[in-house]
Design a binder for this molecule. Sequence first.
Ligand code: M6R
Length: 360
Amino acid sequence: GKGEYDHFMLKEINEQPTAIAQAIEGRIDPARGAIDLDGFEPGAFEDIDEVQFVACGTSYHAALYGATALNRIGISATAMLANEYSVAAPPIDDGTLVVAVTQSGETADTLNALRSAAAAGAETLTLTNVIGSTASRIADKTLLIRAGPEIGVAATKTFSSQALMLVLLSRRIAADRSGERSGDRRSLLEAVESMPESIERVLDRSGAAAVARRYGDSQSYFFIGRGFGYAVSLEGALKFKEITYEHAEGFASGELKHGPLALVTPETPIFAVFTGTEDEKTLKNAEEAQTRGAPVIALCPPGHEATEIADEHLEIPETDATLAGLLANVQLQLVSYYAATQLDRSIDKPRNLAKSVTVE
Ligand code: M6R
């Protein structure tokens, strides 16, 4: 049951420290710089030259997070919407690994993409929360996120666990391929180990409820960020629209000036996600919106330069740049949740949506 919580969504948001602790249990050893993924021998990924992710919705945003992690360490990766994959799948080579990211393991679009990748000869892996799911039976290998059951239609803890596991997978592929020195992984793995605590800190003193109260009757809600922050912006907007039924959109912050800026008014709050990569550019983009009257809500660590210009600040505890987006995302989950509560929406079962989409 929901226990002390009014909604499963809030319960599941609050379960994220536990979910992450379960995801990493026995899988990382910061002192040795080791990432041990059950079912994958050392060297299992040494022949992988390229990763193609296929996924839908929130899982697609986690995939984008994973692709960003891989590209940033020099391993080619693309994230593709599974429902677009059948139209124009990228070519598959010997070294291509196709990774289906699907919490349920039953999403029809994702299963189709996975089947066609397997038929084209790709090596396949499913990242899922469900042991024995269809996606896991189709793929050569399965990696479990171990998030525990998620009842709310809006995916929350499964996103965090997926994205975190993809960060680990990226570093494991790097280790297997190039013999990246274990010392190079130590500080990231220490930050991974502290993630449950860092998320706890966000949950304990979030400030999201006050922001939701202050801006809850706006016209549209925009989310901007770069790199990991871009993936989080898309996810922040999806969560917001699905449970509040209000218009929300996520943009790469650099894209704002290429069109969306025309929509910006004092009635369109901008959530700007700062994850430590090219933050000065995102700050300029946020200021451009602010000049048009839009309130800026900065998601960033304390003392960050964005706090000097922003109208509001939602704090992200200091962490590795690869993980900061996950903490920002928890803040945005809470903003959506409180905004939807104010509007008295059906939070755990939004209209027109299903937890598992088994039609194309
Ligand atoms: O089970 P999956 O991860 O494959 O589901 C994919 C999407 O339908 C899902 O992530 C959806 O976007 C979320 N429930 C939205 O919160």
